[in-house]
Ligand binder design. Structure first.
Ligand code: SF4
Length: 367
């Protein structure tokens, strides 16, 4: 039998200082966490809490809400109190909302140094308020709103410009002995963003929040984020991630979780290993894989399920799966750990797989 090669060694995580966003540790040796951002008007407390509940159900660990107006700031206490996951207030332009967010019980505040007028004068007060409340600050530099001084110096949002902006802002906080900071330096172009984070990783030990900004619609944004996060996380860089998509936020969470699972940074829930199909396929593999995926979504134990298009190579190709099916002649051979356990008509394949999956869960003591 074919030997399974040992998995490659996981990349060493960059050593970053650890902070707490509410009850979620970020940095140090904490697992990489997945964030998203609500799209509802923050002032609409019920709609925002409803969306946060959906995000939580899809696996989001930290949520960010935008605070562009006083009405939004006024909604923060109720949202922070009732949200099941830590809430980060995202503040542009108005330092007074930073104080409102800290008072409201938000777990962290994100500020954009390029966008907060007279921010530098207020750093001392903000540092004191944040320190007293135990609230970390994310310094979120964005290519689209880079500090004008740096734009003039570098001509555009280069990796060096993004990093200089972030570290300059950090130095202001450090002057007030405040180091409960995490940093992001987002850019829409993955190579620029990757370089910026690499530079930043060399120059400080703050935890890093990864993001490709304005990544685009679901397909393009997923590819860009997977490429950029994959490059950085496989070098051990990145403590928390947010996939930005022009799509419902729970899609962002799904993609974020999947990226971490693909890199082995998080245990997979359900993994469908389906063959690409070829001239030997005797079943519509794409449809069958979708149906199996839907039937087992949210399964309570990690499960790798193979869906193979023919019996010639099926079980052999999918020996590493927990269970699977290979189809042929209107039938499906159901196999567990590479051994065929039964053969069922094609119409009963999904049902038979679910039955075997339940058996595996039971064996592991999960009902
Ligand atoms: Fe082709 Fe069969 Fe392999 Fe699928 S399992 S790719 S149908 S040979």
């Amino acid at each position: 039998p074919r030997e399974t090669p040992p998995p490659p060694e996981r990349p060493k995580r960059r050593r970053s200082r650890r902070l707490m966003v509410g009850n979620v540790p970020v940095g140090g040796d904490a697992p990489v966490s997945v964030q998203s951002m609500t799209t509802t008007p923050t002032a609409d407390v019920n709609a925002t809490l409803q969306q946060i509940a959906e995000l939580t159900a899809s696996g989001c660990q930290i949520v960010r809400v935008a605070v562009p107006s006083q009405d939004d700031a006024d909604a923060l206490p109720a949202i922070a109190r009732k949200s099941p996951i830590p809430v980060i207030a995202d503040i542009h332009f108005q330092p007074k909302y930073v104080f409102a967010a800290i008072d409201a019980g938000c777990a962290a505040v994100r500020v954009n140094p390029g966008n907060i007028k007279k921010f530098d004068d207020k750093v001392g007060e903000i540092a004191k308020a944040a320190k007293d409340a135990g609230v970390p600050i994310r310094i979120g530099v964005n290519a689209g709103s880079l500090d004008k001084r740096l734009l003039a110096k570098y001509g555009k949002a280069t990796p060096e410009a993004l990093v200089e902006s972030a570290l300059w802002e950090c130095s202001l906080f450090e002057e007030h002995d405040f180091r409960d900071i995490k940093i992001s330096v987002k850019h829409h172009d993955p190579p620029t963003m990757i370089r910026a984070y690499q530079l930043l990783a060399e120059r400080c030990d703050y935890p890093l929040h990864l993001g490709v900004t304005e990544a685009g619609p679901a397909f393009q944004g997923t590819v860009k984020s997977a490429v950029a996060f994959g490059a950085l996380l496989s070098q051990g860089i990145g403590d928390t991630i947010r996939v930005s998509l022009s799509a419902p936020p729970k899609e962002e969470v799904k993609v974020g979780i999947s990226i971490l699972e693909s890199l082995g940074l998080r245990q997979r829930g359900l993994e469908i290993v389906s063959c690409p199909a070829c001239g030997r396929a005797q079943v519509d593999v794409y449809k069958l894989a979708d149906r199996v995926s839907a039937a087992l979504e949210g399964f309570p134990v990690p499960l790798r399920v193979a869906v193979m298009g023919c019996v010639v190579n099926g079980p052999g190709e999918a020996r590493e799966a927990d269970l699977g099916v290979s189809s042929g002649n209107g039938k499906g051979q159901i196999f567990v750990k590479g051994e065929v356990v039964k053969t069922v008509p094609e119409s009963q394949i999904v049902e038979a797989l679910v039955e075997e999956a339940m058996r595996i869960a039971e064996e592991q003591g999960v009902d």
